[in-house]
Design a protein around this ligand. Sequence first.
Ligand code: FES
Ligand code: FES
Length: 168
Amino acid sequence: MKIIEKDQKAKITLKVNGEVHQVEVEPRRLLVHVLRELGYTGVHIGCDTSNCGACTVILNGRSVKSCTLLAVEADGSEILTVEGLSKDGKLHPIQEAFWDNHGLQCGYCTPGMIMEAYWLLKENPDPTEEEIREGISGNLCRCTGYQNIIKAIKDASLRLSQKAYPHQ
Ligand code: FES
Ligand code: FES
């Protein structure tokens, strides 16, 4: 077993949006800070008690709150952040649906909300309103009142079910 002392750094590898990063981190560093320091500043910090979901990313296929994971725990994992969703400047259908349905105002919750929607729609491609509300219940928004976010996610589920969006 490899032991890292508290004043030592661990070498870890993270694959973020397809790009491999090797970084040295103290064992106590949170993944959210390391992602932001690597330049993925769309990953936001909205609380310090794991409620808000502004830090949500997809880690090895599942949505996680990156503020509540140590970076060393994520060693070797594949991570998708909101920066990795568009392809060659073309928005992902979920991003387009948030735009078209006015599913954001200040935009601070939006990257986390979109990543949660991404995971939700992978798990359940045709969710009911109830299932959408439940699915994003770990993501707080102070601006929209959620209604347009629900509309956007429903709209995104329709867009994703059409062959017009073959890349996802
Ligand atoms: S920053 Fe609030 S849950 Fe992660
Ligand atoms: S758009 Fe401002 S917090 Fe959601």
